[in-house]
Design a protein around this ligand. Structure first.
Ligand code: ADP
Ligand code: MG
Length: 158
C-alpha cells in the first residue's frame, strides 16, 4: 500500500491521470470514500487519460455508464443499490469476472462480498476542505507488482 496527499482537485486529477497512463486492460478499480471525497472526479480524469471524449458523470441514478476510450470503461456506482440481487440484474458479475476493458466501481464497500478477487483499491479521505489522502492498495499478486510500478511512477515520474 502507499498513500498520497493532495491539496486541490487538480492534484487529485493529476494522480488519476498517472494511474490512467499505467492501468492495464482487464483491471478492476474500486474507489472508496464518503460523498464528496472525490471518487467521481478521479474517474473523470482517469477516463480523459484513457481517451474518453464525452462527458463522464456519476452513474448514481443509472448505476452503470459505459465510455469508449482506448478500451471500454465500465463505471459503476453502487451507492443506491439495496440488494445483492440488483447487482446480478444489472449484469455486474459479467463485467467484473473477466473484464475485457477497465471496470471502475464507486462504493464497493456496500457489497464487499461481491467484489472480484483481484482489484486495485483507492480509498479517498477528506482531511480538510481541499485536502485529501489517497491510499492505493490491491488484492492479488498481479496487482501487487503493478502497484509497486505505480508508486514509483507517482513518485519519480517514470
Ligand atoms: P464523490 O464522487 O466521492 O462523491 P465528487 O468527485 O463528485 O465526489 O466530488 C468531489 C468534490 O470535492 C468536487 O467538487 C471537488 O472539486 C472537491 N474537491 C476539493 N478538493 C479536492 C481534492 N483535493 N481532491 C478531489 N476533490 C476535491
Ligand atoms: Mg461519485
Amino acid at each position: 500500500m502507499f498513500t498520497c496527499t493532495t491539496n486541490s482537485p487538480e492534484e487529485t486529477a493529476d494522480l488519476a491521470n498517472k494511474l490512467g497512463q499505467k492501468i492495464r486492460e482487464g483491471t478492476v478499480l474500486c474507489l472508496e470514500g464518503d460523498l464528496g471525497a472525490g471518487k467521481t472526479l478521479f474517474v473523470q480524469s482517469l477516463a480523459k487519460t484513457l481517451g474518453v471524449e464525452g462527458e463522464v458523470t456519476s452513474p448514481t441514478f443509472n448505476l452503470m455508464n459505459i465510455y469508449e476510450g482506448i478500451c471500454p470503461i465500465y463505471h459503476f456506482d453502487l451507492y443506491r443499490l439495496e440488494t445483492e440481487e440488483e447487482l446480478d440484474e444489472i449484469g455486474f458479475y459479467e463485467y467484473t469476472e473477466e473484464p475485457e476493458g477497465i471496470v471502475v466501481i464507486e462504493w464497493p464497500d456496500k457489497f464487499p462480498e461481491s467484489m472480484p478477487e483481484d482489484y486495485i483499491k483507492v480509498s479517498i479521505e477528506r482531511t480538510s476542505e481541499k485536502g485529501r489522502q489517497l491510499a492505493f492498495s490491491c488484492t492479488g499478486e498481479r496487482n501487487e507488482e503493478f502497484l509497486k510500478e505505480l508508486e514509483t511512477f507517482v513518485n519519480t515520474g517514470h
